[in-house]
Write a protein that binds this ligand. Structure first.
Ligand SMILES: [Zn+2]
Length: 212
């Protein structure tokens, strides 16, 4: 069995995704790319996270051919297309988290209601119009809409985000859910006051130098 540590990390963050309330049941999925071999490890289709084991993680090549394991996540095409489009992505997290999905049902992008939107590297996280789940058409629409953003909302569906590690991608999913919740609450109470573009530019410069 190849890529043991990546398999274990996917199981860890899959369970965490459920504990943190980012998914319900088997909705949502995760993947990570092994930089050395170019292989992609992805969660299986329809297996609940609470019983998921590293052996059940599916290994595919960049074309989606299964090398180890059973049936991959129904959104395999979405993951593969984003890895192809975005060389900066080494891990992808897809959730149906409540507030991101709420905004996606309104066809609303995530806006600069809080500076933490800067984690996605942009002023506004786009919302892809609704396309049937699990299709190449959804993957293409997402790849087209995401631009330079590290995250996108999928209309009437949920959130997808990518980063250079699974840990970073997971934290991005959490912070997008936080900003989406603030936006929804602010929209419920009135008209949110947005951070201006030049103020977000300043915040983005700080994001680049923040951390280690
Ligand atoms: Zn989904």
């Amino acid at each position: 069995m190849q890529l043991q540590s990546i398999r274990e990390a996917l199981v860890y963050y899959g369970k965490k995704m459920e504990e943190d309330g980012l998914i319900i049941g088997t909705g949502g999925n995760l993947s990570a790319k092994d930089e050395e071999t170019g292989l992609i490890a992805i969660t299986p289709s329809g297996v609940p996270y609470d019983t998921l084991t590293p052996e059940e993680i599916v290994l595919v090549n960049e074309k989606g051919a299964v090398l180890e394991g059973g049936k991959p996540s129904s959104e395999l095409s979405l993951h593969l297309t984003l890895y192809k489009e975005r060389e900066d992505f080494s891990a992808i997290v897809h959730t149906h988290s409540t507030y991101c999905t709420t905004l996606s049902a309104l066809g609303e992008p995530i806006r600069a209601v809080h500076y933490l939107i800067g984690n996605a590297g942009v002023h506004e996280v786009p919302c892809v119009p609704y396309v049937t789940f699990g299709t190449d058409a959804l993957a293409d629409a997402c790849a087209h809409a995401i631009g330079q953003s590290k995250a996108a909302l999928l209309g009437n569906h949920g959130l997808i985000c990518g980063e250079n590690s699974l840990k970073e991608a997971y934290h991005l999913a959490l912070s997008m859910e936080f900003v989406a919740e603030i936006q929804w609450r602010a929209m419920s109470a009135g008209a949110p006051k947005l951070i201006r573009k030049e103020q977000m530019d300043d915040a983005l410069i700080r994001f680049e130098s923040y951390g280690q």
